[in-house]
Design a protein around this ligand. Structure first.
Ligand code: NAI
Length: 331
């Protein structure tokens, strides 16, 4: 039986993670969950929101499913997510954005996967005050990080039956940094002749995404553009309650929803478990359990098709009622 780390988070985290564990169990797939607490609930006892034992567990099991955790404001703790990404070198942020049945959005045939470089660009944290009136941030792009993210995007496309990878830059202006990203993309594309490649400038991409997003397949972007564009794409498919994600490295992968711990609805049985469930489905595909992933996805789609939804999507289901409905709709 496979062991997977489960970070059940805080706020709505425990409610949605127990929903997802229940649904996976109902699919017939046996998983030994190595449950790890993290976030604000463990700070007083352990002095940090991300104790070393959590990292050790992921290093041992290689794969984690993570519910959201609260980042305490102004207490000197770094975000658990940022720490996880850095400590485990999770260099690829993956955000599949696909229309779900019965969820009304402006466009109906969206199936975009955003692949965001997770470790450098303007997020490398190389900043300084030049003088009292001038601040400077360095946009760091390296060949090594760009090669691995471009290769990741093409390999993902290949493994998942995708047709095209489109690189997004502003290489016409940042000729060296984005220019390097583009150059490495072009070289990588030569090794993946069966996948089409395409280039677009980030400003044009944004306009196309709000006018005609159905044309896009896999997008690969440096960190900053990726951060912004992935939220734009999440909005296109219905927003936080349904936006899934994953942070993937060479050795480890952490699957998690885009949304946070939603303290305003925590403990009220109102949270939508769909984004975490979709993240778990992607995780099952990643560990080659596609049969169970398909079965659970089908049950989720059947449930939504019948109009059974949580309140955030306009329905009237509680978290537990929605979970039970997904299980009841499993074939
Ligand atoms: P949030 O995503 O927690 O909530 C924003 C709004 O969306 C709230 O009204 C909330 O009720 C609603 N919402 C979010 N997820 C939902 C769900 N599954 N079902 C129904 N409604 C949902 O963002 P917010 O309030 O800015 O952040 C709260 C805390 O979460 C902060 O401490 C933040 O740092 C943390 N956070 C953690 C993340 C993670 O662990 N990956 C990601 C984003 C934020």
């Amino acid at each position: 039986m496979r062991t997977i780390t489960l970070i059940n988070g805080d706020g709505i985290g425990p409610e949605i993670s127990s929903a997802v564990v229940k649904i996976i169990k109902a699919s017939g797939l046996e998983i030994n969950w190595d449950i790890q607490t993290a976030g604000q609930d463990v700070i007083s006892a352990e002095g940090t929101p991300l104790p070393e034992r959590v990292l050790e567990s992921i290093k041992k099991n290689k794969i984690a499913l993570k519910a959201p955790v609260t980042t305490p404001i102004g207490k000197g703790f770094r975000s658990v997510n940022v720490q996880l990404r850095k400590s485990l070198d999770l260099y690829a942020n993956l955000r599949p954005c696909k229309n779900l049945p019965n969820i009304k959005t402006r466009f109906n045939n969206l199936d975009i996967v955003v692949v965001r470089e997770n470790t450098e660009d303007l997020y490398a944290g190389i900043e300084r005050m030049v003088d009292d009136n001038t601040a400077e941030s360095i946009k760091l792009i390296t060949r090594r990080a760009t090669e691995r993210i471009c290769r990741f995007a093409f390999e993902y496309a290949l493994k998942n039956g995708r047709k095209e990878v489109c690189v997004v830059t502003k290489a016409n202006i940042m000729k060296l940094s984005d220019g390097l990203f583009l150059d490495v993309f072009r070289k990588t594309a030569e090794n993946f002749r069966n996948i089409k490649n395409r280039e677009i400038l980030v400003d044009n991409l944004c306009m196309q995404l709000v006018q005609n997003p159905e044309q896009f397949d896999v997008l690969v972007l440096p960190n900053l553009y990726g951060d912004i564009v992935s939220d734009l794409c999440a909005g296109l498919i219905g927003g936080l309650g349904v936006a899934q994600g994953a942070n993937i490295g060479l050795d480890y992968a952490v699957f998690e929803p885009v949304h946070g711990s939603a303290p305003d609805i925590a403990g009220k049985n109102l949270a939508n478990p769909t984004a975490l469930l979709l993240s778990a489905i992607e995780m099952l595909r990643y560990i080659d359990e596609a049969q169970y992933a398909d079965k659970i996805e089908c049950a989720l789609f059947n449930t939504l098709e019948k109009g059974i939804m949580t309140k955030d999507l306009g329905g009237n289901c509680t978290t537990t009622a929605f979970t039970d409905a997904v299980i009841a709709n499993m074939n």
